[in-house]
Every structure is written in C-alpha cells, then in structure tokens.
Design a protein around this ligand. Sequence first.
Ligand SMILES: [Zn+2]
Ligand SMILES: [Zn+2]
Ligand SMILES: [Zn+2]
Length: 352
Amino acid sequence: MLIGLCGGICSGKHAIAEYLTQHQGFHLLGLKNRNYPQMSDEPGNRVQLQSSEASGQGNAPSAEVVFENVDLLLEFVTKRWREFWVTTDIWDGATLDRLIQRPFFLLVSVDAPVSLRWKRFTDRCRERQIETPALEEFVIWNDRHLYDRDIGRAYLTDRAQARLFNSSSSLDELHAALKTLDLADEQRLRPNWDQYFMQLASLAAQRSNCMKRRVGCVLVRERRVISTGYNGTPRHLKNCNEGGCPRCNCGAGGGVGLSTCLCIHAEENALLEAGKERIREGAILYCDTCPCLTCTVKIAQVGIFEVVYSQGYNMDQESAAILESAGVRLRQFSPPRNGLIYLQNLENTRPE
Ligand SMILES: [Zn+2]
Ligand SMILES: [Zn+2]
Ligand SMILES: [Zn+2]
C-alpha cells in the first residue's frame, strides 16, 4: 500500500506521515521536485519553512529513500506493495495521474482551518526565532499555494479518496484520531462487493428522471449484474421531469397519490428488465432506497433471495414485515462516506 498525503500549508500532513511511520509500520518515500516552481517572491526566511513545508505539528520526518522521478518510485513500490509506504511529495497533477492508476495507491488530503494553520505556522516561526508573518500575509501566501493557476494544489486535494479535516490542537489528539481511523485498512483501496454494487445502484439513480426522488437499483446473481434500473416514466412517454407525470409534478408530499403516479420504480424496472427467467435462485437486489410496499410484493413474487438497501424510506417497517413473511432477507448497508472526515471527534461520528 502506498499513501500519498497532500494538503495546505500547516494542515498537518507531515505529522500524519510521521504517525504512520512511527505507529503503523509505514516507511517514508521521497520524490525529487524538479518541475514544481518555487515561490520566488517569498521572503527568504519563509522559503526555508516552505522547503520543509512547515509541517504543522511535529517536524517533517526525513525520507528513507528518495527517487529521481515517479516511475522509479512506482517500480520500487510495485515490487513491495504489501508493505506500507507513504509520501508527501506529490508535486503536480502529472505525478498524481501516474500514482492514482495503481490499485495499491490511496490519496489522502489534509485540511485545517486557516486560523489554526496560521497559529501552527507562527508557533513554528517562534520556535526557529524567525519573524512571524501577519495573518493577511499568510492568507495571501496560502491562497497562492492552493489556488494559483500554475502552482496551486487544490486540484490535487480535490481528487483525494479520503479527506481529513485536522483541527486537532495537540499531537496526542491527532494520534488518537488516526488510530481510530486506521488509514492502512485495505478496504480503502478496493470496494468490497456490497460497496461495489451499492455504488452501481447510486450510479443508476443518477439517470432517474422522476421529480420526486432519485432511486437506483441493481440485480445481482453470483456476483454478476443481471440488470439495472432507475425510476421514471415508461418508454415513449414524456419524462417525469419534463412534465410526464402530473402526480409527481404537483408537489404533494412523499407517498401521497401513489396510485395515480405514472413513474415506474427503480426496483420494478430492474425486475422487468431481468425477467423471471434470469432471476432464479440466490438473486440479490441492491437498492439505494428501501423498497416501497408495491415493489416489495413484486420482489417477493419473483423469488429474490435478499434485498440490500442503503437509505430508509417512509414505510420500511411495513416492507420489512412483508419480506420477512415471504422469506426474503433484508439488510441495510450504507457505503462509507467519501466526504470530509473530522479527525477531532471521530469517535462520535465514525460510520460503521
Ligand atoms: Zn415521477
Ligand atoms: Zn409520478
Ligand atoms: Zn417502489
């Protein structure tokens, strides 16, 4: 596994790299920076800080091996990918393009409030007896570091597979959060089957044209997709979002007037698409929303083995009761969120 850490000045990415090397068996790899332009107009004393990237909390650890280019780094890690490697030297988009193609690579971004990063920066300056910058000066510098069209890093952090928000005020707090988070968990590299099919269901939902709610569904047997479906009006009819269903467009609450609705539900579409012949034994229905009653009875009738859903709807208990008496298994699975992970109160918010 190779973790790449990227983020703003004093966001704490070196502190995280240090934690990984000291507590989770990672080794730090360096990559020479040949093309990344230096901020030449910065005062000289600041450049010194910048070169160690003003690591936020803790001093920047030094790399065990430093590579001339990303290809050599990748060659090295490819042969040793079962070991744990970390780098903070992703200098540009081209480097990231090469890294992110590999199945053992995970990009982690680190961010923190500007006020806190400024405080960490001024603390660092004081430690080294260097004149501290004004907040405004720091903000301008920081904006360039992240958003400058030529050298800004925002396009790197934007592609991160895990985004950490590091507002912790001490290293102990940061370490405790990182321990709970366990960045080295291999599941971060590759989705498991539940995650994979639920994400396909969410993708199908994006094709929905129903004004009421986007829903997507995937029918699976022996880990192969039999069919997919999303909700909307039947073929040749005007799409729901173009006025095709008067009921969905009138703005009444969820579940009201369902019998006059022209939209076919995602589950119905997936079942119709597959046909009873192909559903057979052991078929699993993945749906991003818990099926409604009318879908539930159809699911029972065609002989679906299990229903997996991620979000609740407004008749979950009734649906669950029907499925139970029909002998269909029902399970909720919510894929891990890709959004911002707040490090400082992880214990309370960690989805499991
Ligand atoms: Zn509709
Ligand atoms: Zn409708
Ligand atoms: Zn339904």
